[in-house]
Design a protein around this ligand. Structure first.
Ligand code: 1PW
Length: 212
């Protein structure tokens, strides 16, 4: 359809961004990773105003990370691992209380990406009778709800109820024929899984999966 050109959201751009975020040495490039999230922001904005509190929150996290990249030590924020090692080396990561470290900020995006992965996977496997709100809620319950407060969980559930139905959804993500939906979504899911697994291991090996 018409909006699937130019600057609007296209799911293929998410795939390209997250693919290009991973180097041959299995490093995740922070800037490219954030470009992937810029695309997801467009996605959320296309889903309507009920998603604005979610997109605002994500924009805030992206902003904190870009801010860190723009400081004198910005070059240390080149990749996920270089960021982690820099912040750990300089005691910038607090394991007991909430700060705006790059590590804890990126961890929030990292967890949220799991939700998106599960949601897109479920969407790809779904049939005509499937309800996008249910799929989104199920993915959220599995991946993200355990990390959120009661209030955030309620607000998120309200937003999911306003998700458009499947056909409209496929139009928003710029999948023209339903037949290609599964393929496009699975490719995107694979690009997300690849980035996610590398980052999960990086957080895990440094004991940082539970940063407050
Ligand atoms: C339809 C597909 C959308 C996929 C994008 C996924 C984005 C998920 C973001 C959820 C945000 C909910 C509201 C904010 C909650 C924050 O408390 C929470 N942030 C996140 C990103 O999970 C935790 O951040 P905090 O409070 O520890 O700074």
């Amino acid at each position: 359809s018409k909006h699937c050109s130019g600057q609007d959201f296209q799911i293929s751009r998410v795939l390209v961004s997250f693919n290009s975020a991973v180097t041959k040495e299995e490093e995740v490039l922070l800037e490219q990773y954030l470009v992937g999230w810029d695309e997801l922001i467009k996605f959320m904005e296309a889903l309507g105003t009920v998603f604005s509190f979610i997109s605002q929150e994500v924009k805030g996290k992206i902003g904190i990370l870009r801010e860190l990249q723009s400081t004198a030590r910005g070059n240390e924020y080149y990749s996920v691992r270089s960021m982690m090692d820099h912040e750990l080396r300089h005691n910038l990561v607090n394991f007991h209380k909430q700060t705006n470290s790059g590590c804890r900020t990126l961890l929030r995006l990292h967890r949220a990406l799991k939700w998106l992965e599960l949601f897109l996977h479920k969407l790809g496997m779904s049939s005509d009778e499937s309800n996008t709100s249910d799929l989104c809620q199920e993915a959220y319950n599995e991946a993200l709800a355990p990390y959120h407060s009661w209030l955030v969980r309620q607000a998120a559930s309200m937003a999911f109820l306003a998700l458009p139905e499947r056909k409209v959804f496929f139009d928003i993500v710029c999948i023209e024929h339903e037949g290609e939906a599964q393929l496009v979504l699975e490719r995107t899911v694979r690009s997300i899984v690849r980035v996610y697994n590398i980052m999960q291991e990086a957080y895990h090996s440094r004991g940082m999966l539970n940063l407050p």
